[in-house]
Unconditional design. Structure first.
Lengths: 164, 414
């Protein structure tokens, strides 16, 4: 099955496509039948798979049967494989601040986490209450829910003084 | 009481991504006597409320959120002790570059050798759209909803309909959903989306929010608070098709229907505007029709990315540096125009002194096209594009030795 995905890594938004098969719906994929060969494992994924080995089991429900086309840079191909094997997203939100010149401080994740865990991470972020002053880049939650990503502040918030 | 007039080399109006980047570059270029006038309490402009990421990839080769991107510039400006006047509204500028500023401590008057317009843009509102119906609470622009949620910790909505597929609207669809609201759909009057494809993907598709093209809101219902909207399909001429009415029950309508460069001040100084960009007409050095008044960033034309705003402002600062140090431009003898496929092109006037990068946007989505600069029937520069979307800015490099003096240059789609 031909699958087309818009790359969201950068604002170019390249339209990536490749043939993708799902185990059980297509013939089993073996190295010989797979024209695609990636020399090194795709890094940064939760799925350290090399395409020319047979694919089995959970975490990797699909496999690519053709080169990924349409990528404006090498990150596109890595993203495509990531997206069909273990889709991840970053998250930005804000946390409550006490004593600051603003009631909220914006935060973000340092690394993408599995899409399915985004609501759980949101819950963790919502529990946070912090005290001003705050420097941008401060780690508020290290390794949130064991997902290998930190929640950091993205704004500097000064403490409100009595004079103000 | 007669105001004392302070002399400046350069007055920068606006402390957002354009104004800050311009100020830093001016200082690096050795221009000392400068001032940024910022209307808000803090610098950073709209970036302060754009807490989503996607900033900085071009300018800093890093993925940053809006506030982080702004702070990079703010910190540098603080380190260089660039004078920044906050809570300061510029109320008037004259053609001879005298500016009146209402600051906290009263009225101030500045005479500048050059003025940089960096006021950014504002959102189109319901008034500009003329949607019939009552005037209940619960109709916001996407930017206002963004300020409520991201700056003031106010949740303005529960059941939401979004009109317009601009980037901020889609980003707010995601933000509202994450904060527990239900976004029913995004309706777009055009047959194509107006924001970036990546935002459709990560802000709508990820959350199962439908994007309905060729649809618009034709009526707002509700007395004190919005109770719903009527949505209709539109034909090729954007006329609602009778019989396609659909009632959506909701408490909030969010508008993301376009941005307009903020040019009231520019007009007051006699700066001529381009009817397509709705920003000033400029030459390749970002100088407007009034000598010594320059413009860059969203006040000039609405950009797709903040990174390009800063990069443009840095280019502008180099031009302003030349201007205040007495290196003037030769006459701009070439006027730049565009064909019907192209919405606008910047700059509108060029001299032959240096090679230029034209910045343009197409009117509708196109695939596998060539964008070309044509003078007297000859193609003097061209670029092949696999896709050209109205949501994205396109840049076209034109080498100076190919440009002929005194002849109109047309940008065309081939
Ligand atoms: S493939 Fe590369 S250039 Fe294209 S959107 Fe992805 S990261 Fe950007």
């Amino acid at each position: 099955m031909r699958k087309t995905i818009t790359c969201i890594i950068c604002p170019n938004g390249c339209l990536l496509s490749a043939d993708v098969s799902e185990p059980g719906t297509d013939a089993p994929v073996t190295g010989a039948e797979n024209p695609r060969s990636i020399d090194s494992p795709v890094t940064g994924t939760g799925c350290p798979r090399v395409i020319d080995s047979p694919v089995t089991g959970a975490g990797c429900p699909r496999v690519i049967d053709s080169p990924v086309t349409g990528a404006g840079c090498p990150r596109g191909e890595a993203y495509f494989i990531q997206e069909i094997t273990d889709p991840r997203r970053t998250l930005t939100s804000s946390v409550l601040v006490k004593g600051g010149e603003l009631p909220l401080c914006s935060v973000r994740l340092t690394d993408p986490v599995p899409i399915a865990r985004i609501p759980d991470v949101m819950k963790e972020i919502r529990k946070m209450k912090v005290e001003a002053p705050l420097e941008s880049g401060t780690v508020l939650i290290r390794d949130v829910l064991g997902l290998g990503s930190d929640v950091i502040t993205t704004k500097t918030i000064r403490r409100i003084t009595a004079a103000q | 009481m007669k105001q004392e007039i302070q002399d400046l080399d350069v007055l920068i109006i606006g402390g957002g991504p354009a104004g800050l980047a311009a100020a830093l570059r001016l200082r690096q270029n050795g221009i000392e006597n400068i001032l940024i006038a910022e209307r808000e309490k803090q610098p950073g402009g709209i970036l302060r409320q754009c807490i989503h990421d996607g900033f900085g990839l071009t300018r800093f080769r890093e993925m940053l959120s809006g506030p982080e991107y702004a702070e990079r510039f703010i910190r540098e400006a603080e380190a260089l002790k660039i004078p920044l006047l906050t809570n300061a509204s510029v109320t008037e500028i004259t053609p001879d570059r005298v500016a009146t500023v209402v600051a906290r401590d009263g009225l101030r008057t500045y005479r500048a050798r050059a003025i940089i317009l960096a006021m950014g843009c504002r959102e189109r509102t319901r008034g500009a759209l003329a949607i019939p119906g009552s005037r209940p609470a619960g109709v916001f622009t996407a930017g206002v909803a963004q300020a409520y949620i991201n700056l003031y910790n106010r949740m303005p909505a529960r059941e939401v309909v979004i009109l317009g597929s601009g980037d901020i609207g889609m980003i707010m669809a995601r933000r509202l959903t994450l904060e527990g609201a239900h976004v029913q759909a995004v309706f777009e009057i055009q047959p194509y989306p107006s924001g970036l494809t990546r935002n459709i993907r990560q802000c709508l598709d990820d959350f199962g929010i439908p994007l309905c093209l060729s649809h618009t809101v034709t009526k707002v219902h509700g007395e004190r608070r919005v109770t719903g909207v009527t949505v209709q399909k539109v034909d090729d001429g954007f006329r609602p098709i009778p019989g396609t009415e659909q009632f959506c029950s909701c408490d909030t309508l969010i508008l993301s229907v376009g941005l307009i460069p903020e040019n009231e001040l520019s007009l007051g100084a006699g700066v001529k505007l381009d009817p397509h960009t709705r920003g000033p007409i400029v030459n390749e050095r970002f100088e407007t029709s009034v000598p010594g008044i320059f413009a860059a960033g969203n006040v000039l034309h609405v950009h797709d990315l903040a990174d390009y705003v800063s990069l443009e402002a840095e280019e502008l600062a180099d031009a302003v540096t030349d201007y205040v140090t007495g290196k003037d431009l030769p006459d701009c003898s070439v006027t730049v125009t565009c064909d019907k496929n192209i919405n606008h092109v910047i700059p509108q006037k060029i001299s032959l002194r240096e090679s230029i990068n034209l910045s343009l946007r197409v009117n509708r989505p196109l695939a596998d096209v060539k964008v070309a600069a044509v003078q007297g029937g000859d193609v003097i520069a061209k670029k092949t594009l696999k896709k050209a979307l109205p949501a994205e800015m396109i840049s076209l490099h034109v080498p100076k030795d190919r440009i002929l003096p005194g002849k109109e240059l047309e940008v065309r789609i081939l």
